[in-house]
Every structure is written in structure tokens, then in C-alpha cells.
Design a protein. Structure first.
Length: 175
């Protein structure tokens, strides 16, 4: 449930008043989707009663127990922890876990076509450029790795599986 009644409520100083606590997505690709939704929602503006446009508040906290080292936290503690954690969620982590590669690859007559969203394209482009690669070079290396070094790729998938980075359905799709 992404949207909820009351999510636009703010105090007199224009600070958000509501938080939605959620769970059961753990630290999976779904959590990256939720984070993306939060960032996108906060970028939108909404016409409000004061006849001005204001950014939409979107305060959602994943209360996955590993994030708090299995220690119960107060709402204020969850807010602080979540703010810090989300600031550190980046494309590098998504690449390391294989989650950033939610792309469509098809092969034609002598070419490879890669389809991904504009936002994901720029995030991958930035991440690959930090390693001295163009996005084309980075994607080519990934595809070559999966095709030309299947044992190495399989070992990587198995390691990710042990670490809980992929669901069983994702493992089946990759192998």
C-alpha cells in the first residue's frame, strides 16, 4: 500500500506529520522500488489550501528487523535510522546485489538491444563511469560475463543466493 489517507498532513511549520511503517519486503529489490517511489513522490508538487504548490511528503519506513539489529526501536529512532539508511542506498549497492540489472536484453541480426528506463539509464551510466566505463561497455561486460564465463557467473549467483540478495524466482530467471 503505497498511498494512504493523511499522507499530506503537515504541521504549522510545513513539516510532515505522518509516517507509514511497513515490512515484509526485507532488503530486496522491492525495497529499492519503494525508495524510488519515495524519492519520486517527494519531487512532485501539490496545490494546497494556501493556494501554493508544495512538495508532497512521503514518509515510509521499512521496519525490517535487520536494519535495527533486531532491537525494538521507538518511532523517533526508526525515523533517524531510516533517514540515514536511505541516504546510503545507491546504485553501487544495487549493482553489487544484481538488483540494478532489471533490464530487457534482446538480440537481433548482429546486434544487442538493451531496454531500461531513463532514470535507470542515468544511474547505471554514473555508476559505470565511476569505474571508467561507458554504459555500453559496462552492460557489454555484464552480458559477456554471463555468457562467456558461466561458471563464474553461476558462482556469483550462488553467493548472492546465500546472502539472500535474490528470491528463488529471481534465481530461476537468471539461471
Amino acid at each position: 500500500m503505497i498511498a494512504r489517507n493523511g499522507q499530506y498532513r503537515k504541521d504549522e511549520a510545513d513539516n510532515p506529520k505522518t509516517y507509514m511503517l511497513y515490512g515484509h519486503v526485507h532488503n530486496t529489490f522491492d525495497e529499492y522500488l519503494v525508495n524510488d517511489f519515495i524519492l519520486r513522490t517527494r519531487d512532485y508538487k501539490r496545490f494546497e489550501k494556501d493556494k501554493e504548490y508544495h512538495n508532497i511528503p512521503c514518509n515510509m519506513i521499512n521496519c525490517f528487523c535487520q536494519f535495527s539489529d533486531y532491537v525494538p526501536l521507538s518511532l523517533d529512532e526508526w525515523i533517524a535510522l531510516d533517514k540515514k539508511r536511505r541516504m546510503n542506498m545507491d546504485i553501487e549497492d544495487m549493482i553489487r546485489t544484481g538488483q540494478a540489472l532489471d533490464i530487457d536484453v534482446s538480440f537481433g541480426d548482429g546486434f544487442m538491444k538493451v531496454t531500461l528506463s531513463t532514470e535507470k539509464y542515468y544511474r547505471l551510466k554514473d555508476a559505470f563511469s565511476e569505474h571508467g566505463l561507458t554504459i555500453e561497455e559496462g552492460l557489454k561486460k555484464f552480458v559477456e560475463w554471463t555468457v562467456n564465463k558461466p561458471d563464474e557467473f553461476k558462482a556469483w549467483v550462488e553467493e548472492c543466493k546465500k546472502e539472500g540478495y535474490f528470491s528463488e524466482a529471481e534465481i530461476k530467471a537468471w539461471t
